[in-house]
Design a protein around this ligand. Structure first.
Ligand code: AMP
Length: 145
């Protein structure tokens, strides 16, 4: 059902886009927004979303908007790898609750992977605000360099 229902304009990412909910922003242009996941599965877990389309998932986004999102995904994946030096980086995206989706506005996960470290549970433990603030500042220095 969650794969095919209507777009809910009150979902948390829509609120973040409208400035009605806070985020640890890393990047924004007129089409794309990127911010830290507040329930990170690893250090540096980042989300990238389209701003101008009411798309729940990859099935109902137009290809131009998706391409703009993926361009930012690649750029930020490079930033995360350069700054945090993980051993790997995972790019993931889920469609429908049975596939693991919990927020129904299309988003790409960028998850740095560190040797020997398991992922935290999905959307589970909220990170300390101070940790997210420090990480945001660190990544913004690299992004804006
Ligand atoms: P998914 O389960 O693929 O729909 O991913 C949704 C992601 O959004 C999860 O990784 C959550 O930890 C994350 N998330 C939920 N609420 C927020 C929020 N307010 N700010 C940042 N990330 C969030």
């Amino acid at each position: 059902m969650s794969l095919h229902g209507d777009y809910d304009p009150q979902n948390i990412f829509a609120q973040i886009i409208r400035g009605q909910a806070p985020c640890y922003k890393l990047y924004e242009d007129e089409d794309v927004l990127a911010f830290l996941d507040v329930f990170p599965q690893s250090y540096g877990h980042t989300l990238v979303i389209p701003k101008r389309v009411a798309a729940r998932n990859i099935l109902d986004v137009d290809s131009d908007s998706l391409a703009k999102v993926m361009t930012v995904v690649q750029r930020l994946a490079r930033v995360l790898v350069e700054e945090l030096e993980p051993a790997g980086v995972q790019v993931a995206q889920f469609n429908g609750a049975p596939a693991g989706q919990t927020v129904f506005h299309l988003h790409m996960h960028i998850v740095p992977r560190y040797a020997g470290e398991k992922l935290e549970l999905h959307a589970s433990a909220r990170a300390e605000a101070s940790l997210l603030e420090q990480l945001q500042a660190r990544l913004l220095r690299r992004i804006n360099a």
